[in-house]
Design a protein around this ligand. Structure first.
Ligand SMILES: [Zn+2]
Length: 151
């Protein structure tokens, strides 16, 4: 009986710990939502993601290789779901890319675009990841790619 009690306490501790991590990750995603709005605004596109009912969730995605999804619900609301393990290990620029890509689907209603330039580099953030072009997203290339996103 004593062991059972200890065990259940441990389970509660572990699950609340995961919840904290997930909650913190959602807060981090919100910062990229704001960044998305300001990058849009700088390009003449006025967006209010809260008003558009776009929310974020960060959890373990069971589907292999999937790190992000855009979900649309019947009431018109949208939810971006990001993989917790990927998110925890991603750099800032990788996080920005992932959020912007999913918002490209959810908010800008863009499909995948795997076009590439003469060097085989993806010309769009909306590349599928399996389309054969090479992703290059960094401080130097991001401006042009974000331009393309909002075109
Ligand atoms: Zn996609």
């Amino acid at each position: 009986m004593k062991r059972l009690i200890i065990y259940s306490v441990m389970v509660i501790m572990v699950s609340s710990c995961v919840d904290d991590v997930s909650h913190e990750a959602v807060n981090q995603v919100q910062n990229y939502f704001q960044l998305f709005e300001s990058e849009a605004y700088a390009r003449g596109v006025d967006l209010d993601l809260e008003q558009m009912n776009v929310t974020a969730q960060v959890e373990q995605i069971e589907q292999g290789n999937v790190v992000g999804q855009c979900k649309t619900y019947s009431d018109g609301s949208k939810e971006i779901v990001l993989d917790l393990v990927y998110w925890e290990n991603a750099t800032e620029i990788e996080r920005e890319y992932l959020v912007f890509h999913e918002l490209g689907h959810c908010v800008l209603e863009r499909d995948h675009n795997n076009e590439r330039d003469d060097n085989g580099i993806c010309i769009s953030i909306m590349q599928s990841g399996t389309g054969g072009c090479n992703k290059r997203y960094n401080e130097l290339s991001r401006e042009v790619l974000i331009d393309e996103l909002f075109e």
